[in-house]
Design a protein around this ligand. Structure first.
Ligand SMILES: [Zn+2]
Length: 390
């Protein structure tokens, strides 16, 4: 991990990620080590190395700025001994479906959950921890090192790009929360952001607040006029905000979150993720997942379109994180059988066959996917890579 010294006793450490880096913070001193956020589960080893490079074996405290998987993923890297502190609701979210496939150990769960501001005295520093929930997630907090004049704001301000929401956060709350944070912190406080290395200041907020206050009313007006999500995505945002666009934090994402948050609440979608995951846990094969799905259907489960999302998640988890294309193919095959009109099922199945080195089957399934959806650009690109002209 790259590190930057922010103050005499504060170091920012940056973990590279698929779409964007994640920034963690360490406060060091005679009392020990305090970490703000722990990054991705897959980064546990490099986190332990980074902590060792700071001269420590385990942190005394871990504070999570919020419950996102990319921020709490390494909470269990040091076993049970660190005291983990987070906003109320973090434990529940970490035990929910959003975090299920990360397979976090119970030691990763916060020991202390707070509802209101608190102060921690550690290493001679006065650490103000202030819940500021609502925009990025319902669990956001800022961690203010008062003497050093440094504050971690997590993903309340992830960096100089379009903000994003998850786990029940509402994108339209960003301007309100950013203003509250700016009011709370003394002038000149150095800010540390969730996904952009290097210190910033509350002056950075102005641009995002302006963007949000211009675009929220226009998306709201679109929603109220009955426009659907695709129409709003196609309309896009004014050209002047283009520089805030980047992978994982795009204008499209911003429209997407706002559309969902401003539309009438949808009924909660049914999920079979947990029973299917538990079937995998028992014997570790994709066939077990497929068999469990079939047995649920035999017991009367409706083949609801919502379950496609669960099959997609499990299949890609097997393909990428478990590095097991054969098991992914078993799940994607079931998906295609149960949802024969789903172009995405056959596109995914083809990707599984690419992983298995079964070129002919990959080609056949990409073709099938393109028959169902001639606009599937990924399918065209992948067929091209397999030497097939489309
Ligand atoms: Zn986050």
């Amino acid at each position: 991990m790259e590190s930057i010294r922010i103050a005499e006793n504060i170091v920012q450490m940056t973990q590279e990620g698929q779409l964007m880096p994640t920034c963690l913070t360490a406060l060091t001193g005679p009392d020990g080590l305090l970490l703000v956020d722990t990054g991705q589960r897959v980064g546990e080893e490099e986190l332990r190395t980074a902590v060792a490079n700071l001269g420590f074996e385990v942190p005394a405290f871990i504070i999570n700025t919020h419950a996102s998987l990319g921020n709490v993923g390494g909470n269990g890297a040091f076993g049970a001994s660190p005291t983990i502190l987070a906003h109320r609701g973090t434990r529940e979210l970490m035990r929910g479906d959003s975090h299920l496939l990360a397979e976090l150990p119970s030691e990763a769960l916060p020991d202390i959950e707070i509802d209101g501001p608190m102060t921690l005295h550690f290493n001679g520093e006065e650490i103000r921890i202030v819940p500021m929930p609502g925009s990025h997630t319902p669990t956001d907090m800022i961690v203010h090192f008062v003497h050093a004049g440094v504050a971690c704001v997590g993903d309340i301000y992830p960096g100089r790009f379009f903000p994003f929401s998850g786990l029940g956060g509402k994108a339209y709350e960003f301007p309100r929360v950013l203003r509250e944070v700016a009011e709370l912190l003394p002038a000149g406080t150095k800010l540390l952001y969730g996904h952009q290395p290097g210190p910033g200041s509350v002056d950075d907020f102005a641009e995002i607040i302006e963007m949000a206050e211009e675009t929220i009313p226009s998306i709201r007006a679109g929603v109220e006029a009955g426009k659907d999500r695709q129409t709003l995505l196609d309309e896009g945002l004014p050209e002047r905000w283009k520089h805030l666009d980047r992978p994982g934090a795009s204008a499209r994402g911003w429209i997407f979150y706002l559309f969902n948050d401003l539309s009438a609440p949808q009924p909660e979608q049914p999920s079979v993720l947990r029973p299917l995951y538990e079937a995998w846990k028992k014997d570790g094969t994709g066939e077990a997942i497929a068999a469990k799905f079939e047995s649920l259907v035999a017991e009367g489960l409706d083949v609801d379109p919502a379950y496609e999302r669960d099959l997609l998640r499990l299949g890609y988890w097997l393909l990428r994180e478990q590095a097991s294309p054969a098991d992914a193919v078993a799940v994607f095959t079931l998906w295609g059988e149960r949802y024969p009109e789903s172009w995405n099922a056959f596109d995914s199945l083809a990707e599984g066959y690419v992983g298995l080195g079964k070129k002919e089957l990959a080609i056949a399934n990409y073709r099938k996917s393109l028959e169902l959806n001639p606009d599937n650009e990924n399918g065209k690109t992948e067929l091209g890579k397999l030497g097939v002209e489309v």
